[in-house]
Write a protein that binds this ligand. Structure first.
Ligand code: ZN
Ligand code: ZN
Length: 161
């Protein structure tokens, strides 16, 4: 558990980052979201298209190294800053990507982070990995892609981004 990064600390960091680099006051909360699985973080707008909040996944806050957490936070802050400034804030837009590079933030919110289970095909011994906890608990419910055979869990590994 990474106790360093409370919502309070993340908020402080974001406030300073936005003030120093964009001269913007942070007016939305920074939240930990333990159910956010599709990405490490996201910038959320309300139904009217106004800034609502920035979320960081519980996964990234628990497992990622500090530089990755800060990188993802900066990425979301730049979405927010660009939105406030009326710039194109879409992922992949050249201007947005340039800002990510300038501030040393990752250009993707889907870096590999967290605990993965390593499994092995019982027939060909090919190995794979999965985040599915269910597979680790009930491996007999699953079959491998390679041989349509049973698999067994042989270990686990943690990616820190
Ligand atoms: Zn993004
Ligand atoms: Zn196989």
């Amino acid at each position: 558990m990474n106790v360093l990064f409370t919502e309070e600390k993340l908020t402080k960091y974001a406030e300073q980052f936005l003030k120093a680099n964009f001269n913007i006051d942070l007016s939305i909360p920074i939240k930990r979201n333990n159910r956010l699985r599709s990405s490490l973080g996201r910038y959320v707008m309300d139904a009217a298209g106004n800034p609502s909040r920035i979320e960081l996944s519980g996964n990234v806050l628990t497992y990622a190294k500090e530089s990755t957490i800060i990188g993802v936070l900066k990425h979301e802050c730049i979405h927010y800053a660009y939105h406030i400034q009326g710039k194109d804030m879409r992922d992949g837009h050249p201007q947005f990507e340039k800002a990510l590079e300038q501030f040393n933030a990752p250009s993707t919110e889907t870096l590999k982070v967290g605990k993965f289970f390593i499994f092995e095909c019982v027939r060909c011994k090919k190995r794979g990995e999965t985040r599915l906890k269910r597979l680790a608990i009930k491996p007999n419910d699953y079959r491998t892609h390679c041989c349509q055979e049973k698999l067994r869990i042989v270990g686990e590994t943690i990616y820190r981004g």
